[in-house]
Design a protein around this ligand. Structure first.
Ligand SMILES: Nc1nc2c(ncn2[C@@H]2O[C@H](COP(=O)(O)OP(=O)(O)O)[C@@H](O)[C@H]2O)c(=O)[nH]1
Ligand SMILES: [Mg+2]
Length: 199
């Protein structure tokens, strides 16, 4: 969270995290397509290699007010691959809320488990207590055959108490519900922090 008191703006960061190919970019593309063009910036995809799985993406939108301040939500996706740990940490720095996008396919369980482990490690490395960062789970690709039941996926990920949304990002199903939920948690937390700050 970063407050510009002069402009009366509050910058909040939400990161879509998960294994590669789980549907993070597709989710962000859908969010971008459904956000009022007057209140959002371009969707920017930074290409780190020729493969689209190695992009990280960014967009910004404005919505509502928080204690008289205008919130700007900065939404990022991170590259899943191990060798992009540096990029991932850079993107995670200053994060206010997380959407973990899991690939629901049974054969992708291992990648999901590794990604949640990486996330917790990345957060600790950055000085966060992982359980204190607002997080929701988006179980994606619910349209495919051979997917895991949500409760068992949550169990494997150690995310039992976490609010969960089933999604088909390709069709936009469930994506905005997840976004609204994390925005709401992030805003609630920001209100608490602003009330405590001297500004
Ligand atoms: N069947 C299906 N495919 C999806 C869904 N969401 C994303 N995909 C596909 O999965 C692949 C990887 O998606 P992408 O958003 O690039 O994954 P990222 O690496 O997490 O950013 C692409 O071919 C998408 O079209 C979904 O809900 N269902
Ligand atoms: Mg991507």
């Amino acid at each position: 969270m970063f407050i510009n008191w002069k402009l009366r703006e509050i910058n909040l960061k939400i990161v879509y995290y998960g294994p590669s190919l789980s549907g993070k970019t597709t989710s962000l593309q859908y969010i971008h397509s459904r956000t009022n063009p007057e209140r959002r910036g371009e969707l920017i995809s930074l290409k780190t290699r020729e493969d689209r799985t190695l992009y990280f993406d960014y967009m910004q939108f404005q919505m509502g007010t928080i204690n008289g301040l205008k919130p700007r939500f900065n939404i990022y996706t991170v590259p899943g691959q191990v060798y992009y740990r540096g990029t991932r940490k850079l993107v995670l720095k200053g994060v206010d809320g997380l959407v973990f996008v899991a690939d629901s396919q049974i054969r992708r369980l291992q990648e999901n488990v590794e990604a949640i482990r990486d996330l917790n490690q990345d957060l600790r490395d950055l000085g966060y207590v992982p359980s204190e960062v607002p997080l929701i789970l988006q179980c994606n690709k619910r349209d495919l055959p051979d997917i895991m039941p949500v409760h068992s996926l949550k169990e494997y990920l150690g995310l039992n108490g976490i609010q969960t949304f089933e999604s088909v990002a390709l069709e936009g199903i469930g994506v905005l519900d997840g976004l609204k939920s994390i925005v709401s948690s992030v805003v609630t937390k920001a209100r608490g922090n602003i009330n405590q700050s001297p500004g």
